[in-house]
Write a protein of this length. Sequence first.
Lengths: 356, 308, 280
Amino acid sequence: MASVSFEQVTRQFPGTDQPALDHLDLVVGDGEFVVLVGPSGCGKTTSLRMLAGLETVDSGLIRIGDRDVTNVDPKDRDVAMVFQNYALYPHMSVAQNMGFALKIAKTPKAEIRERVLAAAKMLDLQPYLDRKPKDLSGGQRQRVAMGRAIVRRPQVFLMDEPLSNLDAKLRVQTRNEIAALQRRLGTTTVYVTHDQVEAMTMGDRVAVLRDGVLQQFAPPRELYRNPGNVFVAGFIGSPAMNLFTLPVADSVVLLGDWPIQLPREIAGAASEVVVGVRPEHFELGSLGVEMEVDVVEELGADAYLYGQITDAGKVIDQHVVARADGRHPPEKGSRVRLHPEPGHVHIFRVDGQRIS
Amino acid sequence: MTSIDTSAAPRPWRRRAWAGRLFVAPNLAAVTVFLLFPLGFSLYMSFQQWDVFNPPKFVGLKNFRELFTSDPLFLIAIRNTAIFTLGTVAPTVLISLVVAGVLNQKLKGIGIVRTIVFLPLAISSVVMAVVWQFVFNTDNGLLNIMLGWIGVSPIPWLVDPQWAMFSLCVVSVWRAVPFAAVILLAAMQGVPETVYEAAKIDGAGGIRQFVSITVPLIRGAVTFVVVISIIHAFQAFDMVYVLNGANGGPETATYVLGIMLFQHAFSFLEFGYASALAWVMFAILLVLTVLQLRLSRQRSMEAASGLG
Amino acid sequence: MASVEILFKRSVFRAVLIYTALLAIACFWLFPIAWAVSGSLKSGGEISEPILFPAHPRWSNYTEVFTLMPFWRMFFNTVFYAGCITAGQVFFCSLAGYAFARLQFRGRDTLFVLYLGTLMVPLTVTVIPQFIIMRVLGWTDTPWAMIVPGLFGGAFGTYLMRQFFSTLPTDLEEAATLDGCTPWQIYWRILLPHARPAVAVLAVLTWVGVWNDFLWPLVMIQRNSLATLTLGLVRMRGEYVARWPLIMAMSMLIMLPLVIIYVIAQRSFVRGIAVTGLNG
């Protein structure tokens, strides 16, 4: 059990012109569950592998606890990793897979058996202890991979998209199991995924990465309420936040024909801003910006309206998504007025950074 | 053609079936003429006494009886073949495991070494034997010259009955390892990288990874190599003939079954006796192979139940 | 930082160990050949001198080989036999491999397993009757004996091609069948062009096998005019006893063509082995 910190960690793969990780600064607290999330190529898996010791660090420092492990072999770092493809030893039984690391550490056989059984019980793997990986289902293999990590009682758990090979239903179920397990064991965990839903539901804090640069590191609620830049705003939340790039005129921006007042400090500073409103923060009514509905997605409790904004009656090329009550959603082709809830309008500078 | 199709299967299927039979026909014909028929014929011959010039004479089991009871050379040949097989296969498997393991690294220049090690695959056993004969030469050979540098008197590698078998085994291993290493290396490269990463994190060092992960995972290839090597060593002829001579070396030190067979068939023209010998060899080989396959299957089952 | 040094030492140590092993391995497999090459360039007197490169390399050893032995004749013979058999093997084995992989007929799979079983029959058992057959046909000491037995393909080659064909996707064949192609056309126009790696492996293995074969020429051939290179080498060694430079020169000459082909083809050959599933 220990904290993990990345200090100005950089890594550039030979032959590429952009670094995979650009001066990453991140501190994970002891016992915390941190999720690294971002689109593919953002550097999240690279960071995890560097933490494991499977990838070299070009510059910067990685610490586990107070110890500088930047150049330490994986086996001496006391970390355990769950791989995306599980990487189980094909020729060993489940019990042997889980006990392998302990065997190398010359742990007495009785203790190995005890710890393997305890982990198996935690993961419902007892009936499968003598089976080989090829005789197991995907979900069972995933649990064996987790069991292998748990048995070692390491300081840090590393998980590389462990749910991506499971079907949707199993994914949700396993997600909750992993989160519960981590709470129970209290081990510091670094979890990598490209799925922002996983990130939001599992993490104590979530780090959003893009192109090797950390965008924001905060608890899920904070990311949702106060995204630090346009990328995070558009990445977190499903369906994605509506982002409109609008010119400023007289400290007011016009969304269609609906004016939005800008605070004075911002109004003078820029000629264009990006305005963000989440679909769920539009109220349907008689006030607000008008949209023409193209598609209605009925999901039961909610309905999502996809359409375009109109300006003084004419449809303009601005797409918008809004959430409506699923019981009486508007018809396709109809026009509705959307009123952005005050306090839920995000303003960003054109370069992406948040203003308010 | 307006003939009525009276068969049950639709036309294209029948055409494909006939094409299939036609396509495999040459292969099967060749195998029947040049393998199956000779197999049966040699069994038939083993019960005859025949020297090609005179008509064959049926002698029943006389050849076999003579082989087992009154031919001292047979026992010598069996013993030599056993020693040779063991002395070739065991070192071959061990050395080629290590060689393949070393060649499985991603280092600069490894391609060159791989090319060098696999080179003997392109060289004939005969050429190898001739070349090594030169190396082993008592007066001019490289080995004795090098021994001379450290003050050891020349060893009669090929002339002394004590050394002849050893020299033969050395050449045989030299020849067999590249072949085995190719197969083992190809198998090793099939092991996914992530398994090694998991092992690294579990705390396994280089050697431990090799022993606990690489070797068990290429078990199939290893068995294949062992079986093939044994079959090959058991029937060895080319190399022995060229390296140690047609009579099985100094004082029959390298008189193996292959040489005995050749001798009886083409020197003494005792085709019946030689055929009997050939069938005995076949029988022994069959038993050996079946035993090995059963053993390896049993071992892999033991491993599965956690005992391995 | 101490940890940096330890890591550095460990990886350097490991690299040194591996490079040493590599060097040892390379040496062990090169030195006999190197010694033979150097021997082939020495004169009779220099033979026992432990130098790798003689001061005046006697290239004349090589030319002498040509005068003492009908080298070109034997070279031609070997190329001829190897060429015929390789062509035959490739053609018939790929044809049969295709049939076993893709054409359904009754008993196909049982037949294949039995066919494979014939691989178990050792050469020792069949050599004598094959000799008798050749004798009866009057083919001993003729090119026919060298070519015909191997011409129509063997179980190993068919196995290789079948394994390869069964890994190819069936779309192309299905499209061709719908277009009305006969099985022969499918084989000739579609599958064979796609089978290059497997064909290459088979061709190389067959060629090398015939080139280096010894027992069969030894049994079949008396006349030098029909001899193969390996047979010629052994006969030469018998005739010109202890004339090591000449013997080594001839060995090198036999070895050289194959080595050149091998070095060129090496990369695709190893890939071909993986493709045909030979790795166990």
